[in-house]
Design a protein around this ligand. Sequence first.
Ligand code: NAD
Ligand code: MG
Length: 389
Amino acid sequence: MRKVSVFGATGSIGQNTIDLIRRDPDAYNVVALSGAGNIRQLAQDAIDLGAEIAVTAHDHRLDDLRSALAGSGVHAAAGEHALIEAAARPADWIMSAIVGAAGLAPGLQALKQGTTLALANKESLVTAGPLLLAEAQAHGARILPVDSEHSAVFQALAGEDIAAVERIIITASGGPFRDWPLEKLRSATLDMACTHPNWDMGKRITIDSASMFNKAMEVIETREYFGVKPAQIEVLVHPESLVHALVGFRDGALMAHLGAPDMRHAIGYALNWPERRDLPVARLDLARIGQLSFHAPDEQRFPALRLAREVMETRGLAGTVFNAAKEQALDHFIAGDVGFTDMSELVEQTLNDLSAELSLNGDILTLDRVLEMDAQARRITEHTAVRMN
Ligand code: NAD
Ligand code: MG
């Protein structure tokens, strides 16, 4: 039996992961599950799956979690420290599906045990990619991508030499505002941004898809995962969300990955890797689908994409600032105190304000540096957001 843990178990990726685990209960021994506010779901899943431990990120919910687990034999724990301790519990496969930079520390801890980390938490790669990769290498751990585009690229690269890759193209649905003029985008509301045409995902990533910040993060993710140059990464708008990514080789061949928009494919691929096993995802009927469409993205209406390129050119702590400012700007948009297009302005302004401090001056990236810069960037974004109001 394989020992598995799921961090962010109560979220969209976490629940899809649990769905796959439940379908083959004899194959897995569940070590740790984590969540935040949804104690009932966390406790129920931990009991059903016979987990060793359930952890809520919220310290003040420990008593609630204890009561929900009473008599079940599942250990209850709470807080940031408990999350890290749970990530240190030996497991063969660990899903990192916490949303936001909060996923970084547990992810790093998991890598220290030399395990396989299925990484959905793209924020940790954007904020501290080189740190995660160095930690994986130092401990003989493996990071497998759990983002539909990056799983697709990873699959297209199987058996190939990365040196033969000319370009990597990741697709974007374009979100609900794909064809909106800039003027109209300014008045886009939270409700409108929370409705994704093709994917059913957590609230934050859904809004990031509407602003293209999700794609911007994924461009940076591509750079970190596959080590290609920024100029080799392209974004292609593909409203049907059936082609997830394409890899172009030096001989002109383009290998595309197609599949239904269902995250259980990318999760299941990482869970079963290096094998392929049956997965409960819809099979595409291309004759019925008939046509697929593609067009170039508009960086003027969606400045997040341009900012991602600037971040990749700058390197150093630019990704940390980009991610922190984006998370903060998103909080403000959700709270209703900045507009939809203000989010990219806030991120750009924060990057500009900190431009003199982004270089690592030859130092290696450490967790302390990341956390320090993350906090500083959040403070600056906060200030700018208040001034904007
Ligand atoms: P979600 O909001 O549905 O779930 C987030 C999970 O993180 C929940 O379990 C929640 O309890 C937990 N959490 C929230 N704040 C926390 C904190 N401060 N500390 C610890 N835990 C916390 O999000 P999701 O859509 O499942 O996305 C999870 C991650 O996967 C994100 O990084 C997202 O970008 C990435 N991702 C998601 C999808 C998708 O289809 N949903 C696709 C690709 C990548
Ligand atoms: Mg994606």
